[in-house]
Design a protein around this ligand. Sequence first.
Ligand code: GLC
Length: 550
Amino acid sequence: MLPTSFIDRDSTAPPRAEPGQQWWRTAIIYQTYPRSFADSGGDGIGDLPGITARLDHLVELGVDAVWLSPFYPSPQADAGYDVSDYRDVDPIFGSLDDADKLLAAARERGLRVIVDLVPNHTSSEHPWFKAALAAGPGSPERSRYIFRPEKPNNWQSTFGGPAWTQVPDGEWYLHLFDAGQPDLNWDHPEVRAEFRDILRFWLDRGVDGFRVDVAHGLIKQADLADWHYPVEPLTGPATESIRPPMWDQDAVHDVYRDWRRVLEEYPGERILVAEAWVAPSERLAAYVRPDEMHQAFNFEYLEAAWTAAAQHEVITRSLAANAAVGAPTTWVLSNHDVLRHASRLGLPIGSPRPRGIGADDPQPDPVLGLRRARAATLLMLALPGSAYLYQGEELGLPEHTTMPDEARQDPMFRRTQGEQKGRDGCRVPIPWEADAPGYGFGPSGATWLPQPPVFAALALDRQRGVQGSTYEMYRSALRLRAQHQLGAGTLTWADGLDGVLTFQNGSVFVLTNFADTPAALPPGARILISSEPLDSDGKVPTDVTVWAEV
Ligand code: GLC
């Protein structure tokens, strides 16, 4: 049993990697979704002081950095991904002063901080868009957005429905997401200048980097050509020859070269991380060439099927594509846009990725899901490169799959008339204390989305110090990963049986068993950690990952 107060680093510890060591190449970066992490005020919505008060949790867990989803002033048409002022904090999340306090508290603890940047679109309440509406057709104000006198194509919003909305004077504007998120015109020099300035605003306040929202969307094909639906528009095509006209246009890379120059004006190692749903890996790797971004989320990895063959293929391909451009590979299993992996992996293998699950849909198997999620996490944390964790996955939280429709807030639910349940199920407020109202999310017990009853047993205080809990598994894995420098290591595949994935990373041998029968470890293997107990004869059961020294 681990002591419940055990903390790896004391609160004055400096960042783990010294300047010049490129900390981001091996970093574990923890995503907080501010609305749902911790509420300090009692309104049921998480906030920045809530995050600050809980930073020791992240230190105890053993991560290197925290990424904050948007906390800027916003009408919240898309939970803050609709920004009306890029240089302030929405009162529901606190104030600029609270942001500065969070940055200082993180720095004291040796944690880096990455903020979200939303450059593809503003909110329709942004002063620029309001000015564009007021100034009318043909005005310079309109040219910062994508207005047309007629609807020029058949594009659909990622959230459902048309991607064009008509304004009272008859013109149409483009929004690849909600109507409250008009797309900016990135051919306009003022747009480029504004975002350089926004970067500097936050770099001056001391942030360590930016997660760039919809990084593949800024530039649209000049002819705004029609696109052949149905095709999942947010996911890139498998081949280059059928690239949709709204995503992954070559000219977008000029923007990131420009931003890289801005970051390099600053001391320390500040980073850019691309959220780009682009395939194949080689197209994604273009975003992390030496003069562009530092990292890109590896969504092909997130989406890979739970089979030895699919995992082998995606890991091999990702490592090769990133190595070709000298970038670290990243790994991610969950975030605020996808089904939590403890539920996703409890669905039949090969089923299409649902955009949310409701009470009437086929339900994931929670036991199988968590078992596979733990195995997947240990596999991921053994890979060289940098990995992203999403708040609550260290507790093994499942998706809320039976949330009542009345509670849903994702614009995707509304825009598809409920056909897509949307992403609320992975955004539910975190359970900290099993016996407190709202499971300790905030002082009043209020939570902006309802929590499922299963959260009680998974609350942090039920898992802390409990051997075998998912939380202690994450902590041990992160400690061992740092100790054995797995992030900086090299992966060498070992010979495995069918359905068994085996590789060596430095001194650590890793085995994940996807097969129906138990798998044997090499003779003399000394177990470092396993995602579930081994069989009594020392074999590795199905859906289990083991790290060992051989
Ligand atoms: C990104 C965000 C998502 C948001 C969308 C529009 O995909 O991760 O949450 O809805 O961009 O900004």
